[in-house]
Design a protein around this ligand. Structure first.
Ligand code: XMP
Length: 305
């Protein structure tokens, strides 16, 4: 385990030394990794840092407002509303890796514009150790690794949490005094809800996934999962009132893990599962059924795509 206090001291000193009087930008995602990286960098260089939050339209429910509030002490925070552009770019794309590519490219475009405007010399990233391992191993392309530096001509990249595991990042977050909603937050994939919608992404499917994820996060909080979420996995037949409907199938997943590389599906009691089912089908008449995923990783991955 990392000595959080000492880590913070060393990391801020290192950032200060690396960046000096120059300007830096960071893409805030709402997750604990980029939040910790941003807070460390802000402590080190203050308003020389411009945090940029791109609302891709694929974020968790209420996330954009939370970001504005949590980081309101950073006056330089920029929030970009890019939902329309992301959905347009994703129209017709069904392959999981292609989705990641399209999202990565769109993200770079959005971020590049902001970074150019701020004339930043350095890029700060919240890359953590497992991100590097999985990317290097070619298991899945993680859009927060590798892509950005190639396009914008930065003088240097600053990755203050590159050697930490997730639980160590959380410890640093607590030591930094970040709110629980950030420090204890479940990991959320860079491509967001796009990997929780199997097949083509539409505004409707994203909305179903967003609401269902919110229900699952609320209902399973007491199980303290590593990740708990819902995904729109296809269509199936159901009955609503007197009618047969062809509606969405929502899969619920809750896993325990240390670093996301392996995971165990959690055993959830029947009553809780039923409450989740009834809230998800009750709030959306186009959801025909809810299923619970009992597969560990391996053989399944955590996300659906
Ligand atoms: P999988 O689904 O590969 O997920 O078992 C392992 C961990 O990584 C997250 N994940 C991603 N994170 N970009 C990310 O930044 C991605 O493309 C991506 N795909 C999966 C997933 O949520 C889990 O924590």
């Amino acid at each position: 385990m990392v000595d959080a206090e000492r880590f913070i001291e060393e990391a801020t000193a290192e950032i200060r030394e690396q960046v000096g009087d120059a300007h830096a930008v960071i893409a805030l995602s709402g997750g604990v990794d980029s939040s910790v990286a941003a807070t460390l960098a802000y402590r080190a260089i203050g308003e020389q840092l411009t945090p940029v939050y791109v609302d891709t339209g694929l974020m968790r429910k209420g996330e954009t407002d939370e970001i504005r509030e949590t980081f309101s002490f950073m006056e330089s925070l920029r929030v970009v509303d890019a939902e329309e552009r992301f959905l347009d770019a994703l129209a017709g794309v069904t392959d999981p890796e292609e989705k990641r590519e399209v999202i990565g490219e769109q993200f770079i475009r959005e971020f590049e514009r902001e970074a150019t405007e701020t004339a930043a010399d350095y890029l700060v990233q919240g890359t953590i150790y497992p991100d590097r391992i999985e990317s290097e191993g070619g298991i899945k392309s993680h859009h927060n690794v590798g892509g950005l530096p190639d396009v914008v001509d930065f003088e240097g990249i600053v990755e203050p949490v590159r050697d930490l595991y997730k639980d160590e990042v959380r410890e640093v977050a607590r030591e930094l005094g970040l709110e629980r909603v950030i420090s204890e937050r479940m990991p959320f994939p860079g491509p967001g809800l796009a990997v929780r919608v199997v097949g083509e992404i539409t505004r409707e499917k994203v909305e179903v996934a967003r609401e269902a994820c919110h229900v699952v996060e609320e209902e399973l909080e007491e199980y303290d999962p590593w990740q708990a979420f819902a995904a729109v996995v296809g269509k199936g037949t159901g009955v609503k009132g007197d009618n047969r409907v062809h509606g969405w199938i929502v899969a619920v997943r809750s896993v325990e893990s240390r670093d996301g590389m392996t995971a165990r599906a959690q055993e959830i009691d029947w009553e809780t599962l039923q409450r989740i089912q009834s809230r998800i089908t009750g709030t959306n008449e186009n959801v025909a059924r809810v299923v619970y995923d009992v597969t560990h990783k391996p053989p399944a991955t955590i996300e659906y795509e």
